[in-house]
Design a protein around this ligand. Sequence first.
Ligand SMILES: Cc1cc2nc3c(=O)[nH]c(=O)nc-3n(C[C@H](O)[C@H](O)[C@H](O)COP(=O)(O)O)c2cc1C
Length: 158
Amino acid sequence: MDDRDIRNTLGNFCTGVVIATGFVDGKPAGFAAQSFLSLSLDPALVGLSPAKTSTSWPLLRESGSFCINILSSHQKPVCDRFAQSGVDKFEGLEWQSGVTGSPVLADVLAYIDCELVAEHDAGDHTIAVGHIKELKVCKSEGLPLLFFKGAYGAFSVS
Ligand SMILES: Cc1cc2nc3c(=O)[nH]c(=O)nc-3n(C[C@H](O)[C@H](O)[C@H](O)COP(=O)(O)O)c2cc1C
């Protein structure tokens, strides 16, 4: 079993795509992720798995909060932008502050703004746990951006 086997097999699990954002030292930060998961209703907890190589996650950690922005089907360009490292990802992008101060991006399906309450080690990633402070469905009729076997697509009802 090598890295390729793991990627090829786990790529069969279709996910949505989120942008995890934060605001620290007067600047917004964020990165694209598929590792978002719902964890608990009571208390209201969600999870996210940042790579230890992420340059944005330490900024979100420092801010003590993060906002999960669930991308709409037409937001692949936003995903592409936030999947890069070391660029100004927010240039020309519309957003407003959530209750924690973390950016809520324009046009997302929904957002979940959280306080960071725990972070667990997990190999070359960590598992960050967020306590939900505010959440909203922004587009009740919208469709999600999906990620499957390394490609993007949209959901259709059968
Ligand atoms: C569809 C998709 C899913 C991703 N999922 C994750 C993820 O769950 N965790 C993570 O740390 N990086 C994930 N990435 C990679 C980061 O977005 C990428 O490494 C980014 O450049 C990190 O930026 P940063 O250095 O500013 O943190 C994903 C990328 C894509 C395109």
